[in-house]
Ligand binder design. Structure first.
Ligand code: FAD
Length: 363
């Protein structure tokens, strides 16, 4: 059987579900394929609270609102930052993604549980998918590839995979925290940080590195440093490294992790996936693909470049990470960071004031 649609969205995570919701909400015919509606993406699940109003996401998906961040330096200096007026909402990804897909469905998107297998192009795109051994075909004028870091769409179209950052994470049930903890130190998180975030029934802990072979040992070193002996289910998963060069190939538009849109330094991707899904959808509605690249760059390019430079400077060694934590003892730096990162203040003033404060470290 072949189904025809204006837009086929591949992947029902934050990027795909947001794109489908936006398209359907604007009266566009859209089908979304999700291969596993029960997929629980390994993820800290931290999203700036303000994003829920900005993107009209049901707040019923929030499990906890965190009002404090801890930065722990490589030497063990702890800085507690209170988030006044802003906060981090913690979500459970299996439930959160399902709510986003339900929202898309309520607006009129057709959601189909099927595994995308391949695509060919004739007058339209013809995509193949498998649903419990049954083959489906879809004909679409546009495709939004929102199939994550392992994007099959990307491979099928001959685009090389993005460079990866490797993470290992675990749920631990006999520990609790009310803060989002960021632990710096090259012994367990070179060029990165390790984290302890509140999560349902305990905490989510994890660490990251660019060296695939080192991740297990680094994760164990972090647990040792933090003094965690209990064991949960450990998961290794990749995060794409942002390069900013992939938006579309023909009428296939890439959004979220499939396009590598994860913020350097914080490795935050949920908001950018949802926003990119919407921007890609908007460009399709206007039948102006280039508008996607233009709007994304106008809105996020400076922030992504800034975060990349800060990461390369402050996370390059322990002495620099020590400096990063120490600098955040200054109220003006704390406020600028919260405004830019948690408050999602994208104004030129906010970015310029940040650049002024960190100017001497940025090359
Ligand atoms: C350990 C870890 C912790 C993180 N913590 C945070 C955090 O706290 N805050 C934050 O903002 N970001 C965090 N991120 C990043 C965030 O998880 C991603 O950036 C975000 O999920 C990207 O959304 P997406 O929709 O692009 O991709 P995904 O969430 O990966 O969704 C892709 C979807 O496509 C589906 N799919 C894939 N292939 C196919 C196919 N062939 N056919 C049909 N469907 C398919 C998948 O099942 C999935 O549902 C973290 C990442 C990791 C690995």
């Amino acid at each position: 059987m072949r189904l025809s649609t204006k837009v086929l969205v591949i992947g029902g995570g934050p990027a795909g579900a947001s794109a489908a919701r936006f398209l359907a909400g604007n009266g566009v015919d859209v089908i979304l394929l999700e291969r596993n509606p029960f997929f629980a993406k390994p993820c800290g699940g931290g999203i700036s609270l303000g994003v829920f109003d900005e993107l009209h996401i049901p707040k019923s998906s929030i499990k906890k609102v965190v009002k404090a961040i801890w930065l722990i330096s490589p030497r063990g200096e702890k800085l507690e930052i209170e988030m006044k007026g802003v906060g981090l909402a913690m979500v459970e990804r299996k439930e959160f993604d399902a709510i986003l897909r339900k929202e898309a469905e309520a607006k009129g998107a057709q959601i189909i549980t099927a595994d995308f297998k391949g695509v060919t192009q004739n007058k339209t795109y013809i995509a193949e998918a498998d649903s419990n051994g049954v083959k489906h075909e879809f004909s679409a004028e546009y495709i939004i590839a929102a199939d994550g870091i392992n994007s099959k769409t990307r491979t099928m179209l001959g685009i090389k995979p993005s460079r990866s950052f490797f993470t290992e994470s675990e749920r631990i049930e006999d520990i609790n925290t009310d803060a989002c903890e960021f632990w710096f130190g090259s012994s367990h998180a070179p060029l990165a940080y390790s984290w302890v975030f509140p999560a349902a029934g305990g905490v989510s802990i994890g660490t990251g590195t660019f060296q695939a072979g080192a991740i297990k040992a680094l994760f164990n070193k972090f647990k040792e440093r933090k003094g965690i002996v209990s064991e949960g289910q450990q998961k290794v998963y990749r995060i794409p490294v942002w390069t900013g060069d992939l938006f579309n190939k023909g009428k296939v538009l890439f959004a979220g992790d499939s396009a590598g849109q994860v913020l350097p330094l914080t490795y935050e991707g949920i908001y950018y996936a949802m926003k990119s899904g919407e921007l890609a959808a908007q460009a399709i509605i206007e039948d102006d693909i280039e508008a996607y690249r233009k709007r994304w760059k106008a809105r996020f390019q400076k922030r992504f470049l800034l975060m990349k430079r800060l990461r390369d400077y402050f996370l390059k060694d322990d002495a620099s990470a020590e400096k990063l934590v120490a600098l955040h003892r200054r109220p003006e730096i704390r406020e600028a960071s919260l405004r830019l990162w948690i408050g999602k203040d994208n104004s030129k003033d906010s970015i310029m004031s940040y650049i002024r404060l960190f100017g001497k470290f940025l090359h």
